[in-house]
Design a protein around this ligand. Sequence first.
Ligand code: ATP
Length: 289
Amino acid sequence: MKVSFEGISKKYKGKWALKDFSSNLEYGIYGLLGENGAGKTTLINIFVGILKSDQGRVLINGSDVKNIGIDFLSHIGYLPQYPQFYKEFTVLEFLKYMSVLKDIPKEQGEKRAKELLSMVNLSEAKDMKVGALSGGMRQRVGIAQAMLNDPDILILDEPTAGLDPQERIRFRNLITKFSKNRIVLLATHIVSDIEHVANQVILLKKGELLKQGSPRELTDEIKGKVWSITVTDDSLEEMLHLKISSMMRDDQGIHLRVIADKKPADHAVHVKPNLEDVFLYYSSEGEKW
Ligand SMILES: Nc1ncnc2c1ncn2[C@@H]1O[C@H](COP(=O)(O)OP(=O)(O)OP(=O)(O)O)[C@@H](O)[C@H]1O
C-alpha cells in the first residue's frame, strides 16, 4: 500500500492553507505534526474527499483517488477532529449502525464492534447512551468506529483530544498493534502522542512540508543544539530571552532546557534532543514557523 500526495494546494480567501504539499506514505504510523492552523485538517479533509484541493492529487498505489470512487471508502477509516454522534443511540447501537453504513455484514459488524469496545476499554459502557458519555469516552467510541471496517488506511485527526494519560497510552498501544501492514496517519500538535510510536513524522508549517523523517532522523538533525543550564533565581531573568523548552526547580537551582545553535552560557552542557525540541527548534526560528 502506498499513498502519494502530489503537489496539494488549497487556498482560503487568498490565503494558503496548504501549499504544494507532496509526500509518500507506505506502511507504518505517520505523525502529522504542526501547530494550530498549520493545515493538518485541510490535508486530511482533502485526502478523505470532504474537501477539494485547488491543485494536486492523491494517489493510492498509483491510482488517483478520484478514479477509485466508492471503493476507496472501504479502504479507509476516519476519525474527524470534531466527530458527531447520534446521542440517543447506545454505544453498541451506534457502532452497529456505523457498521451498516460501512456495508459490513450484520453479525460481523456486531462482533467487530464488541471487539473494538474491549480494545478501547469501553465494554462496560456498551449500553450507555452516547450522549451520556464523557468527552474522552466519546472520543474512544470515535476511534472504535474508525477501525470497524479493518481499514488499510486509518486517518485520525487529533485522536487523543480529551483522553486521560492512561487512555493515551492504551490508544498508542492500540494503533501500534493495528499499524502492521497498514498506514496510520495521525494528525496532532501534541508531540508526545507520536514521539514513541510514529515511524515517520511529517512536520507541517503554515501549509508547507517542512520536514519528513523518522523521529531519530529529525532529532539527529538538531544534535548539539539542545542544552541544559542550571541557574539561580537571580540569574534566571537574563536567560529568559532564550528558547526554553522546559524549566524545573529543585534544591540545586532552576534547570533550563534550552534550544540554541550556539552555546548559550559558559556552563551550558549538551543534552540529547527529543521530538519536542525539534518542534520548538523549527517553531523558534521566527520566520520559519
Ligand atoms: N473553511 C475555512 N475558511 C477559511 N479558512 C480556513 C477554513 N478552514 C481552514 N482555514 C484556514 O486554513 C488554515 C489551516 O487550517 P487547518 O484547520 O487545516 O489547520 P490545522 O493544522 O488542522 O489546525 P488545528 O491544529 O488548529 O486543528 C488556517 O489558517 C485556517 O484558519
